[in-house]
Design a protein around this ligand. Sequence first.
Ligand code: PRP
Ligand code: URA
Length: 209
Amino acid sequence: MGALVVIDHPLIHHKLTILRDKHTGAKEFRELTEELATLLAFEATRDLPIVAVDVETPLVRTRGHMIEPAKIAVVPILRAGLGMEPGITRLMPMARVGHVGIFREPDSLSPVTYYAKLPPDLADREVIVLDPMLATGGSAAECIRLLKDKGAIRLTLVCLLAAPEGVARVHGDHPDVRIVTAALDDRLNDHGYIVPGLGDAGDRLFGTR
Ligand code: PRP
Ligand code: URA
């Protein structure tokens, strides 16, 4: 079974609770989504390769460590993953950003891929996939399959909320992929929404309902 990391931290509990609140408006929802993505990035990037470098402080020359610049790709799943992307790239401006567009077909909930634009050298990069909602897991599993087809080898999926069904689906299809999430919720409802959840992340981010 693949690795699942559920981050237990007061800042994350606090911000996620405001995000879940149905009274939270689009402006605050966007800000919180970015902030949570930044906090999750701390765990998602734990195993990034670093290289030793020399640095001169105002006092002496010493040895430091830096992330290898050409080693990261961030891939938000459109639409809602776009809400997380600034929170990650602000922290790691050296990351290349790919985009994959996927929506759930409303009746079957099957993923439909409509767009993909990716950096060419995925095999050399740590690939961080962003989607706030891991519900049935169909969208994330399909995105990861597409990324592996394009060469990706090392992948981490970062989400805000995960349902047990989604975790099982992603790890069933891709046991090598580590999932980092702010919370593991109870279940899916009959329409494939995460319960207790936060509703439709894309609509709340972009004000489309
Ligand atoms: C939402 C969400 C995920 C997907 C999760 O996208 O942003 O991508 O559903 O559900 P799943 O785990 O069951 O596949 P949606 O289909 O609403 O598209 P949108 O982001 O374009 O609104
Ligand atoms: N997509 C969402 O935006 N929310 C859910 O609860 C499930 C899928």
